[in-house]
Design a protein around this ligand. Structure first.
Ligand code: SF4
Ligand code: SF4
Length: 96
């Protein structure tokens, strides 16, 4: 395994408690992928299992080119919030 040090926007909060990567309203995946077309849903959502990591995730990729924070399918926001206000869980930082 190699070690990579890269800057990514943090997933500062996620309320999707049923997701395997969620712990105490935080995302514990190493990185998430957001979006598919126009909808900024969390593509990394996993409905079964549970991880034991404690560090917050970063946004590794985002496929929502129409968001004002998107540049070449990467997120340039400082941080994002994911919530279940819509289903599936989606990026609430999305803006046009
Ligand atoms: S829904 Fe997405 S952002 Fe939220 S905990 Fe799961 S993988 Fe992380
Ligand atoms: S803020 Fe915009 S670019 Fe960043 S993850 Fe959310 S939808 Fe994608």
């Amino acid at each position: 395994m190699i070690t990579k040090t890269i800057e990514m926007p943090e997933v500062s909060r996620c309320d999707a408690s049923v997701c395997a990567y969620n712990s105490e309203n935080g995302c514990r995946a190493r990185a998430v992928t957001i979006g598919d077309g126009a909808f900024p849903g969390c593509d990394t959502f996993l409905g079964s299992g549970r991880v034991s990591a404690t560090e917050s995730a970063g946004v590794g990729a985002c496929k929502v080119a129409g968001c004002k924070f998107n540049a070449e399918f990467s997120c340039k926001a400082d941080a994002i919030i994911v919530a279940t206000a819509s289903a599936p869980p989606a990026c609430q930082t999305y803006a046009i």
